[in-house]
Write a protein that binds this ligand. Structure first.
Ligand code: NAD
Ligand code: TYD
Length: 353
């Protein structure tokens, strides 16, 4: 596809991954118009985009993808060449306590976007709908093996089931209506601007405030961690060079058992905060397990590496250190989002564990 004068809609651009992607696109493609559509839920934060909000090729629209009428008007007004769809409810624990908001945003919201695009995209020439998804759609692995693009879907949480459902619908619009689509399924991301409900920023914030570190179950659950900026470069690459209709797995080849990662993070934080070695590890508290907790995720990203030449740039301990340093240097960002409703969320989520 040509790289000139495109108008791209990014949904969920005020969230964690979306803000990194918007920053990359706005800086890399001065000839594009990047439109960021976001509802600004608890997870959306325009402070994540302060450094690029003044750029001429960037604009922000506040709106809800569950509102089909609003989306139809939006697509009729802007001539979007492409959609990169990240807006979602994204936290597994919240999907256990409130599944309906996941069904509404992740499933209905995605179908609304597909319908709005289909109405104005005519014969689909030079158009592309990119759905950003998760490796959690593949279910849970045992001690060995990896998820490939051929792995059968087996989602187990309301979150992963809602993402699996939206993946199926995106593929269905490709097969049924010929809509040009591409999907990527990525492993756990970490880095700056992540809401402190996910493991790494939550634990950094708790260590800073000497609060307990709630480790679910036996702590031996495994995740494959990817530096968020490497995810953003993968999305850019797939959007521009991926094969229409295809799926790409994205992963860091960087597996950690939770407790091992937590130990490294604790020791790093002791160093950065100039506290005695072992101080942060003393905060580790084993708590009641997450319901239906998936044991292990691990991604085989060789298709993306071999076909498009992508590879992750940052090794895990280096990335963890940079991440911890970023949160410590940006505690005002953290304080802003952990005041108010966050305290209530935290009490409810962790009180009974
Ligand atoms: P996030 O929760 O940080 O951000 C989600 C964004 O979507 C927020 O800005 C929020 O305001 C917006 N949003 C939510 N509901 C909306 C609605 N109804 N209308 C418009 N905007 C709405 O999520 P994230 O971690 O940045 O994840 C982004 C995408 O990547 C999601 O689709 C997620 O499933 C996927 N993903 C995330 C990870 C990860 O590790 N975080 C890994 C793989 C895939
Ligand atoms: P999380 O960051 O919520 O991502 P996901 O559930 O999408 O993988 O959790 C990462 C791992 O850390 C997961 O195995 C659950 C575990 N975890 C804890 O042990 N304690 C916590 O407080 C949180 C939020 C997660």
């Amino acid at each position: 596809m040509s790289n000139k004068n495109k108008t791209l809609l990014v949904t969920g651009g005020a969230g964690f991954i979306g803000s990194h992607l918007v920053r990359l696109l706005v800086n890399k493609y001065p000839d594009y118009r990047i439109v960021n559509l976001d509802k600004l839920t608890y997870a959306g934060n325009l402070a994540n985009l302060k450094d690029i909000e003044h750029k001429e090729n960037y604009s922000f629209i506040k709106g809800d993808i569950v509102d089909a009428v609003f989306l139809d008007e939006l697509f009729a007004t802007h001539q979007f060449d492409g959609v990169i769809h990240l807006a979602a409810e994204s936290h597994v624990d919240r999907s256990i306590t409130d599944p309906m908001s996941f069904i509404n945003t992740n499933i209905i919201g995605t179908v609304n976007l597909l319908n709005a695009a289909r109405k104005v995209w005519g014969d689909f020439t030079d158009k592309l709908f990119y759905h950003v998804s998760t490796d959690e759609v593949y279910g849970s692995l045992g001690e060995t093996g990896f998820f490939t693009e051929e792995t059968a879907y087996d989602p187990r949480s309301p979150y992963s089931a809602s993402k699996a459902s939206s993946d199926h619908l995106v593929r269905a619009y490709h097969h049924t209506y010929g809509m040009p689509i591409v999907i990527s399924n990525c492993s756990n991301n970490y880095g700056s601007f992540q809401f402190p409900e996910k493991l790494i920023p939550l634990f950094i914030n708790n260590i800073k405030h000497k609060k307990a570190l709630p480790v679910y179950g036996d702590g031996k659950y495994t995740r494959d961690w990817l530096w968020v900026e490497d995810h953003a470069t993968a999305i850019d690459l797939i959007y521009h060079q991926g094969k229409v209709g295809d799926t790409y797995n994205i992963g860091g080849n960087n597996e950690w058992k939770n407790i091992d990662l937590i130990h490294v993070l604790c020791d790093l934080m002791d160093e950065l905060l100039d506290r005695p070695k072992g101080d942060s590890r003393n905060l580790i508290t084993y708590v009641k397990d997450r319901a239906g907790h998936d044991r292990r995720y691990a991604i085989d990203a060789s298709k993306l590496m071999n076909e498009l030449g992508w590879e992750p740039t940052i090794q895990s301990t280096e990335g963890l250190k940079t991440t911890a340093q970023w949160y410590l240097a940006n505690m005002d960002w953290m304080e802003n989002i952990t005041s108010g409703d966050y305290q209530k969320y935290y009490q409810e989520q962790y009180a009974e564990r």
